[in-house]
Write a new protein. Structure first.
Lengths: 120, 146
């Protein structure tokens, strides 16, 4: 059964750990859903555009110059994807720290009454 | 004892508010959204016209200029932020956002140059992926939103 962080009062380190693991799992799942929603259509578009350029070049609809132009743009799009993937790692680490710190503050408040939320 | 423990936690974790990623900047997001909308507008106009021979560049030039101006203001703010966090992982993340704005800028310049010299077709505009490249830089800033 999931722990209700808003009211949960940990009695020992094990309780703390269970609550933090639950929050971390939820945070990572949310992030992944969001990132996958961004990246899947992007990669699909990239794959289709790359295939189209090759077909059009083969059929003579595109000149060599047209294909060079399109491929140069696709190169930038691939670089953009790589940069975004790196950024995902940093953003996920940060959101994880934020979520865990929020949880620690909340659990401390639940058991001691000391308010730490002014930090945010 | 309990209070000193709490104080220690505050000191350790309080410094982490932007350790891995810089804070989200609404001004960057707004400028990038506006630039991406400008790219869509140019693409839609070329789609409607069916073709954009070099002679039509003058008509589109203000749109290209507006997009590049938005991108450059976004980049200036993003570079300032990267300088503030330099040396920390969040500085690296801030630099990635700058690079991604640069990729969109390069793609728009590539398209504008081609439009000016040899013209564009709807198919070339979509295969050069400039829409996607610029849309992903908007998403990069939004990734930093808490």
């Amino acid at each position: 059964m999931p722990i209700d962080i808003a009211t949960f009062r940990p009695r020992n380190a094990g309780d703390f750990l269970n609550a933090l693991v639950q929050v971390a799992q939820g945070e990572l799942r949310n992030r992944w859903t969001r990132v996958e929603g961004d990246l899947r259509p992007y990669l699909q578009a990239l794959a289709q555009a790359a295939a189209r350029v090759r077909l059009k070049l083969a059929s003579g609809e595109y000149t060599q110059q047209d294909a060079d132009f399109a491929l140069h743009g696709q190169e930038l799009a691939i670089n953009q994807f790589i940069q975004y993937s790196h950024l995902v790692v940093y953003a996920t680490a940060q959101s994880l720290i934020n979520a865990l710190f929020r949880t620690v503050s909340q659990l401390i408040r639940n058991s001691t009454g000391i308010e730490l939320s002014w930090l945010f | 004892m309990k209070r000193s423990l709490v104080l220690m936690l505050v000191l350790v974790l309080g410094g982490c508010a932007s350790y891995f990623a810089p804070p989200y900047e609404a001004a960057i997001s707004d400028k990038l959204t506006s630039a991406a909308a400008g790219v869509e507008r140019i693409g839609a106009a070329i789609d409607l016209a069916g073709a954009a021979p070099p002679g039509t560049f003058a008509k589109y030039e203000p749109d290209y200029v507006a997009v590049l101006a938005d991108l450059r203001s976004a980049r200036t703010i993003a570079e300032g932020r990267a300088a503030i966090y330099e040396g920390k992982p969040s500085g690296e993340a801030a630099k990635i956002v700058v690079n991604m704005i640069g990729n969109c800028d390069a793609a728009v310049l590539l398209v504008a140059q081609r439009h000016k010299t040899a013209g564009l077709t709807p198919s070339l505009f979509s295969n050069v992926m400039v829409r996607e490249t610029c849309a992903l830089s908007v998403k990069s800033e939004q990734l930093l939103q808490p």
